[in-house]
Write a protein that binds this ligand. Sequence first.
Ligand code: PMP
Length: 419
Amino acid sequence: QKRNDLHVFENLESNVRSYCRSFPTKFQRASGYQLWDMEGKAYIDFFAGAGALNYGHNPPEMKKKLIEYLTMDGISHSLDMATEAKESFLTRFNDVILKPRGMNYKIMFPGPTGTNSVESALKLARKATGRQTIMSFTNAFHGMTLGALAVTGNKFKRSGAGVPLNHTLSMPYDGYMGKDVNSLDYIESFLNDSGSGISLPAAVIVETLQGEGGINTASNEWLSGLADLCKTYGMLLIVDDVQMGCGRTGSFFSFERCGIIPDIVCMSKSIGGYGLPMALTLMKPELDLWEPGEHNGTFRGNNLAFITATAALDYWERPSFSYEIEAKAVLVRDVLEEIVIQVPELKGEIRGRGLMQGIAFEPGIAERISILAFQRGLILETSGTDSEVIKIMPPLTIERAGLESGLQILKECIHDIAN
Ligand code: PMP
């Protein structure tokens, strides 16, 4: 059975074919790391809204703030107007996140989604440098609009759109050319190849860890080498932290322990805290170049998201939060190592860091594991161009017992498939 054959809404003629079919039941409610379907069956969530639910489903403290705000008729939608909720978020983000890290960024709300943030970053880089080309990487994922798709390295996602946009360069990500080859040497020789008429890129857009692309992790050396190349060739460094930000890899920003300081940072998914749509584009102050109204959008004043996003920052006031994530990450890594050793015939390869880990298998196996896990009450997505990697991405706040139960289900499924 293939995951694409599973469809719970098949009698709804209006439902488009592309709609996700991976988890065929009707879900009704959710709390913390669990969801329940209409029959009352519980599921452990190792998917966390594709990274939009790092703090779990309906986190009580955010729910309380949201209810209080709605009860006092707080403004829901305010476009670009100044509101108390927006000001509180901006102040708190500066105090809790930027200042303690010695970071100096201006903050823009580019629209509701991660793709909106990526688009704004690409446009801004072009305006700031006067150059056109954007460099991106093999297996990258940056979103579904034409600009973001143009820098996405996924044939399936790009196929129907024709040639998305000109002026893009897809370069080999860390490890893509094999363990012993440093792809930065290749990239640099390419940038130096004036004979081929290459125009230098305005920016490089990179994920420190490719979530959708198969949990491919770039080393700190590679990332700082890339940052050096950016300086040498006058390219802006854009880090797409849409999926890896907000603590997914252990620290608030995925890049903060990699020794790099991006010029532009894209954020979304868990920044809204409650699964509410919100995105940020952080830019170095000298990049604050747009005139008022030059780049805008209707839904960038989601005050309900500002309320929950502000409450979410409370987690980051506690230094212990990062340690808690790391302790859970060690537990995940230990179990994955045990599994891979116990079933050598499946030739699993462990990938990732923090609470973004997975195992890569031969094509077909990860999908079978995901189907079996779902039947046994565990929501588990796959990633990679051939869906060859199972992706373990629980809410960061998951209790240890929940994590252990989910990992136990995963272990049993993998053993059953090996037998
Ligand atoms: N960048 C990355 C790294 C992502 O993982 C995603 C979504 N999976 C996006 C951008 C696009 O975000 P959205 O779906 O919110 O537009």
